[in-house]
Write a protein that binds this ligand. Structure first.
Ligand code: KG4
Ligand code: ZN
Length: 339
């Protein structure tokens, strides 16, 4: 039997600053529409929750209509939607739209954990005959999360490591802000780093021997000191390249060591920071050296999107799960009252 729901699904994601809708059939992504609010939040150097929610209200119906139009279908058999974790006002917009559509079309609704969406994102457009392999060690690196997850199969996860303080994406974003490169910072740092020397400035790699914890707050402080110390003579490309290298080093070594400790020869890289070319290349090379399999989503499925939410909803529907209309959305990862 197929691992994924064998009929078209509409998926909706509004947990932060992207209004996104997608249509998928099995693992084939028929459309993946993303209305980004970056220009709006860029002025403030970060996401303003109330503005994000208002923008989602404006964008949600046109984005859903575009996803259906591009997929050239109205024949939707279920709706998958992010219900946690995220900005509560933002989540509520997508979740209410999903409930209303599922109710009016009398089709199942499935509520999805945003991070589970990232975890299954390497399945996007991958045929089931050439599957993501399990067990694997998945590195989740986004704006809010830095985790190493042992995935034994779809829906079967153990968190092996997490961050003590900032997420890897935040380290990029805060570094970019210090260097005056705007928000979100990951892509800006990557672009500035192209012509930079990653060895020019020495920055810390925290907790190199602790496989259960990441930490990026020391790096942020070191960046602030560097900017203060160097003043206007700082080389932006060299500082960006040094920061990027420090983040990549702090991540990839722990991933490889953790896979070796768990006798696992498959590594997955997911979340917004998985769009980082240096991180992708470094992990790919390290995997090649060891004959490990390496899975990473195509670029369009790295940062927040609805296709990945559809994939997570899809395998859950296929297992027989649905969410009833009492289901709510939550800012935190764990639903209150559950374990
Ligand atoms: O997964 P995501 O889109 O949203 C959350 O769930 O948080 O991740 C956003 C994060 C931001 O911190 C952004 O700076 C980072 O992903 N990011 C990158 C790149 N593209 C996005 N970081 C490094 N290099 C990139 N190319
Ligand atoms: Zn995300």
């Amino acid at each position: 039997m197929s691992l994924f729901f064998p009929h078209p699904i509409l998926a909706i994601e509004t947990s932060c600053d992207e209004t996104a809708a997608a249509v998928l059939h099995g693992t084939t992504i028929k459309s993946n529409i993303i209305a980004s609010q970056i220009d709006l939040h860029n002025k403030y150097g970060g996401v303003i929750p109330e503005l994000a929610a208002r923008e989602h209200v404006q964008a949600i119906l046109p984005v859903i209509e575009s996803a259906l139009a591009q997929a050239e279908t109205d024949d939707i058999h279920a709706i998958a939607v992010t219900n946690r974790p995220g900005l509560i006002g933002a989540l509520s917009v997508g979740f209410s739209a999903a409930k209303a559509l599922a109710f009016s079309k009398k089709i199942p609704l499935i509520a999805v954990h945003h991070i589970e969406g990232h975890i299954v994102s390497p399945w996007a457009n991958r045929p089931e005959s050439d599957p993501v392999t399990y067990p694997n060690i998945t590195l989740v690196v986004s704006g809010g999360h830095t985790e190493l997850v042992l995935c034994r199969g779809l829906g079967d996860y153990t968190i092996l490591a997490e961050t003590l303080d900032d997420a890897a994406g935040e380290a990029f974003d805060k570094g970019a802000r210090l260097l005056g490169l705007g928000y979100p910072g990951g892509k800006a740092i990557q672009e500035a780093a192209v012509s930079g020397n990653p060895k020019r400035y020495s920055l810390p790699r925290a907790l190199p021997k602790n496989l259960e914890k990441f930490s990026f707050s020391g790096l942020k402080t070191a960046m602030r000191r560097l900017v203060e110390l160097e003043g206007p003579k700082i080389s932006i490309p060299d500082a960006a390249a040094s920061l990027q290298q420090a983040i990549v080093d702090s991540l990839y070594k722990k991933v490889i060591q953790t896979a070796e400790e768990h006798n696992t020869s498959t590594i997955c890289l997911v979340g917004g920071v998985s769009a980082n070319k240096l991180l992708r290349e470094t992990l790919k090379q390290e995997c090649n050296k060891r004959d490990f399999s390496f899975f990473v989503p195509e670029f369009e499925f790295c940062t927040d999107n609805a296709a990945m939410i559809g994939l997570a909803g899809s395998f859950r529907l296929q297992k027989g799960e649905t969410s009833d209309f009492q289901t709510d959305c939550y800012p935190q990862a764990i639903i209150p009252g559950t374990i």
